[in-house]
Design a protein around this ligand. Structure first.
Ligand SMILES: Nc1ncnc2c1ncn2[C@@H]1O[C@H](COP(=O)(O)OP(=O)(O)OP(=O)(O)O)[C@@H](O)[C@H]1O
Ligand SMILES: [Mg+2]
Length: 256
């Protein structure tokens, strides 16, 4: 089966603070897959995510998403493309003065002409789909647990029915039970909405349980992209060091 990748990053290089963070980095993401980005601290995971979201421009190279070249796209094209993806930032970035329902409805108010009732109904639907109860919809973020806040962030990220979802460390800071439940949510969303998911994570349970492929960043490049079972056998010293370290156990959550 040959299919045009939904994301195609080609030969990107970026120099930050005098050092090359990426040097001719390549990565393709297939439609419908769950791909994780891993690598040591400072290997450029967040930078790569920011480049794909066009929050940071690489010095050279090409980033194609939905068949649009983003590095040279107009503001208008970027706005159109951005509506087709959802993002869950590490700190959720929920508005603290808005309820969960108002937070979830926000992109619909910004980007659609729908009437208030339809907007509220769609927001509730996505809140329920994210595994929160209708009771949670009227609460403010500060009234929710960390796991519930992540789910509210997901509800907002999927409210415009995106094709692509970016998640930055979605299970970090969650207790093992909530993290496991969040993994199930990711799998469910991928199935029910046919989403393509790109996530930065160092959570080994998530890596084993939810991903189709994992891209390992090191030396300014993607050193290997493969299914987890194959990746952990890759002999590259950085990959071996990463997975055989003290945190390289599948039972990591128990020790967190
Ligand atoms: N705005 C910036 N100015 C200078 N250097 C930067 C900037 N942003 C990132 N860097 C450097 O780029 C490198 C990659 O950073 P990045 O945040 O992408 O790493 P990471 O893989 O996400 O690390 P972590 O696992 O610690 O989150 C680091 O050495 C960082 O210090
Ligand atoms: Mg980071």
């Amino acid at each position: 089966m040959t299919q045009q990748p939904i994301i195609e990053v080609k030969d990107i290089s970026i120099n930050l603070g005098g050092a090359w963070v990426h040097k001719n980095l390549n990565l393709s993401v297939n439609r419908g897959e769950i791909l994780a980005i891993v690598g040591g601290s400072g290997s450029g995971k967040t930078t790569l995510l920011r480049e794909m979201l066009m929050l940071q421009k690489p010095d050279s190279g090409s980033i194609r998403i939905f068949d649009h070249e983003l590095t040279t796209a107009s503001r208008l094209t970027l706005l159109e493309v951005q509506k087709r993806w959802g993002v869950l930032f590490q700190q959720n970035a929920l508005f603290s003065s808005l309820t969960v329902q108002e937070n979830t409805a926000f992109p619909l108010r910004e980007h659609t002409e729908l009437d208030t009732k339809t907007i509220n109904d769609l927001a509730i639907l996505k809140i329920l789909l994210s595994g929160l109860s209708a009771d949670a919809a009227v609460k403010y973020p500060a009234e929710l647990s960390g796991g519930m806040q992540k789910r509210a962030g997901v509800a907002r990220a999927i409210v415009l029915d995106p094709e692509l979802l970016f998640l930055d460390e979605p299970t970090s800071g969650l207790d093992p039970e909530s993290a496991g439940a969040f993994d199930e949510l990711i799998l469910n969303l991928q199935k029910t909405m046919g989403l393509t998911i790109v996530m930065v994570t160092h959570d080994l349970d998530s890596l084993w349980h939810v991903t189709n492929r994992v891209a390992f960043l090191g030396e300014g490049k993607v050193l290997c992209v493969d299914a987890m079972a194959a990746l952990v056998k890759n002999p590259h010293p950085l990959i071996q060091a990463f997975f055989s370290g003290a945190r390289g156990r599948t039972t990591q959550r128990i020790y967190d």
